[in-house]
Design a protein around this ligand. Structure first.
Ligand code: ZN
Ligand code: ZN
Length: 285
């Protein structure tokens, strides 16, 4: 059965995804042409040209070859996967092994992502990888919009006057950054939450794997977030919207929502949604 993706507009950003710990995590922002992790490569995310791979656990990475090969069949460009440095060689090997199995090599752009090194993906958009805190080396990715603003001292000048200033080598504008999304992959709580492009992102995609009281030690051992971590980290986060993902099959949405209501202040509670909380379809009249 195909993965039943959930569609959610959070702030002005459309998210399309599915996440179940240990099974599959894939979250796309199709209007930004970006997909975070690839899960089992569901059809709806294949059109995203930019794939950010957080780490090598199969629930996040299993669909990597399928992503590239399906794009080939759909007659698209190959697409580009940005991945942690230690995964470059194994991912290249994976494509080679599949070439031997399939009898044909599928082209794949595999690009190493390093913390703090920006990757431009559009004239006004860049990816900014950051280190997270998981059991294996793992990255998060922020999508940052870059806007150019005219310096206030040049307000009121005409177009030709500005062109003249530019010709003289004057810098007439300055850059502002608007972090749109920060995707944290699998991670325990860590210093990365204090990075400006993470804590100020309009939408923070944060894992929260465990909800049972007796699972705190499992969260610590696997380097995941437990719901009891949330009240402590909320004051550090300025994100207007926080989307929790990577729950287990043991966690029922209704119980998770009850726990959020009990643990968080009403204003913090308003900022938090669960990715897998399927929006109700309006009843027919
Ligand atoms: Zn996972
Ligand atoms: Zn993992």
């Amino acid at each position: 059965m195909p993965t039943p993706l959930i569609e959610k507009r959070v702030s002005e950003i459309l998210l399309l995804g599915y996440s179940m710990a240990g099974e599959e995590t894939v979250i796309a922002a199709p209007e930004l042409n970006v997909c975070f992790d690839i899960g089992k490569a569901p059809a709806e995310v294949l059109s995203c040209d930019h794939l950010c791979l957080s780490h090598g656990h199969p629930d996040h990475a299993a669909g990597l070859h399928y992503y590239f090969t399906q794009r080939y069949f759909l007659d698209n460009t190959p697409g580009t996967c940005y991945l942690p440095e230690h995964l470059l060689e194994p991912a290249q090997d994976l494509m080679q092994v599949w070439a031997r199995i399939e009898g044909r090599y599928t082209q794949a752009n595999l690009v190493v992502a390093r913390p703090g090194e920006d990757i431009p993906i559009r004239k006004d958009l860049l990816l900014r990888p950051f280190q997270v805190n998981h059991g294996v080396p793992a990255l998060g990715f922020a999508v940052v919009e870059v806007r150019h603003k005219l310096r206030p001292e040049y307000n009121g000048l005409t177009g030709p006057q500005l062109v003249e200033l530019k010709k003289q080598g004057q810098s007439i504008d300055y850059q502002i950054e608007i972090p749109l999304i920060a995707y944290c992959g699998d991670t325990a709580v860590g210093d990365f939450l204090d990075l400006d492009h993470v804590r100020n992102a309009k939408v923070l995609l944060l894992e929260c794997t465990f909800f049972d009281d007796e699972h705190v030690s499992r969260a610590r051992a696997g380097k995941h977030i437990h719901i009891h971590d949330l009240p402590k980290i909320m004051p550090r986060l300025r994100n207007p919207h926080i989307v929790l993902f990577h729950q287990t099959r043991r966690t029922f949405i209704v119980h998770a929502k009850q726990q959020l209501a009990e643990l968080l202040s009403p204003t913090d509670r308003e900022r938090v949604v669960l990715l897998m909380d399927r929006p109700r379809k309006p009843r027919p009249e």
